[in-house]
Design a binder for this molecule. Structure first.
Ligand code: UT7
Length: 329
């Protein structure tokens, strides 16, 4: 009988830009208030990249930390997979740019576009490659520099987003641990609720596209909110059913950090108490595909991290996409 592999996270890392933009800074830029932002979203501050910082800059830093924790070198990597909607450029892929920065010439490289669910999609892809024996050591990143596609005159979106990168090293193991299951879904009919219409083959960059502000993120916040609560709940209960885990067995719920009210609604639906729910949205805002791997690195750097296991990861995002994963350390 052939060997059965499981995919284990053996290293984590994250990187955020130094510059912090607080709600009080935003009060000077648009008609908003710290009180409104905190009560509606849970966000107090976010990190914002300078003009010389790109997705690959943050991704490379996060990758180096994750490789150090895993005790591996760039030569050990077989695949670099980057989840992002804010790549350095349409092509080459940000994975290829990070590969060059890391000097990891033996790897396959690819980007995936699944909005804020990108990291969960990535876990699902990596899990399949490892289970089938195609790759044994993979670098998976969620990397976003959303500040570069944010309309800083639109108060309904500019208060929400932040920049950052999270990385994990995933290795094949013969022990039953690591990724216990993944679940991914999409519904393109809802794509118009959250999009950046400019810069692709439909609306290539032109004077008209820039004048029309098509290169900024557009969102129908209220509709996205309602969808998110339903999708996060559905994805969480599906992965519990699929893996046979019970909600009370979950050590830590790691939800995509989009809005504290969405996080609380998800935890409530699962009857998971607040002390088991990981929240860092107050410090980072919504970093899209980076939010879950940043949280994983923060959890892992706590000496008692094994007590946090098993973890239920759940996200939703542009596409629309949604998904979940159950993992152990
Ligand atoms: O990763 C996926 C990305 N997207 C999301 O997760 C977004 C999900 N949606 C949300 O988080 C929420 O819908 C928002 C935080 C974006 C908005 O909260 P809301 O409770 O849905 O507010 P709303 O859009 O219904 O707006 C309520 C009021 C409006 O004023 P009126 O029409 O009632 O007078 C808005 O104009 O709040 C106003 N408003 C603001 N006021 C102060 C909207 N943005 C702001 C602001 N400061 N920044």
């Amino acid at each position: 009988m052939s060997e059965r592999y499981y995919a284990e996270i053996v290293g984590t890392g994250h990187a955020v830009p130094e510059r912090i933009l607080t709600n009080f800074d935003l009060e000077k830029m648009v008609d908003t208030s710290d009180e409104w932002i905190v009560s509606r979203t849970g966000i107090r501050e976010r990190h914002i990249a300078d003009e010389n910082t790109y997705a690959s800059t943050l991704g490379t830093k996060a990758a180096i930390s994750a490789m150090e924790m895993a005790g591996i070198g760039a030569d050990d990597l077989e695949l670099i997979l980057v989840a992002t909607v804010t790549p350095d450029m349409p092509f080459p892929s940000t994975a290829a740019i990070i590969q060059k920065n890391l000097n990891a010439p033996k790897t396959a490289v690819m980007d995936i576009s699944a909005g804020c669910t990108g990291f969960i999609y990535g876990l699902s892809i990596v899990d399949s490659y490892i289970k089938t024996g195609i790759f044994k050591t993979v670098l998976l990143l969620g990397v976003e520099v959303l500040s570069k596609i944010t309309d800083w005159t639109d108060r309904s979106t500019c208060i929400l987003f932040g920049d950052g990168a999270g990385a994990v090293i995933i290795r094949a193991t013969l022990e039953r641990k690591g990724i216990l299951g993944t679940y991914i879904k999409g519904d393109g009919r809802l794509g118009g609720l959250l999009m950046m219409p400019g810069g692709g083959s439909q609306n290539p960059a032109s004077k008209e596209s820039v004048d029309g502000r098509l290169h900024y993120l557009k969102m129908s916040g209220n509709e996205v909110f309602k969808f998110a609560v339903q999708a996060m709940g559905e994805a969480s209960t599906t992965i519990l059913e699929q893996t046979g885990l019970k909600a009370e067995e979950i050590g830590t719920l790691v939800p995509h950090q989009a809005n504290i009210r969405i996080i609380q609604a998800t935890a409530k639906r699962l009857h998971i108490p607040p002390e088991k729910v990981y929240v860092n949205i107050d410090r980072y805002g919504n970093t899209s595909s980076a939010s879950i791997p940043i949280a994983l690195d923060e959890i892992r750097s706590n000496g008692n991290y094994k007590a946090a296991s098993p973890l239920l990861l759940v996200a939703f995002g542009a596409g629309f996409t949604w998904g979940s994963a159950a993992i152990t350390w």
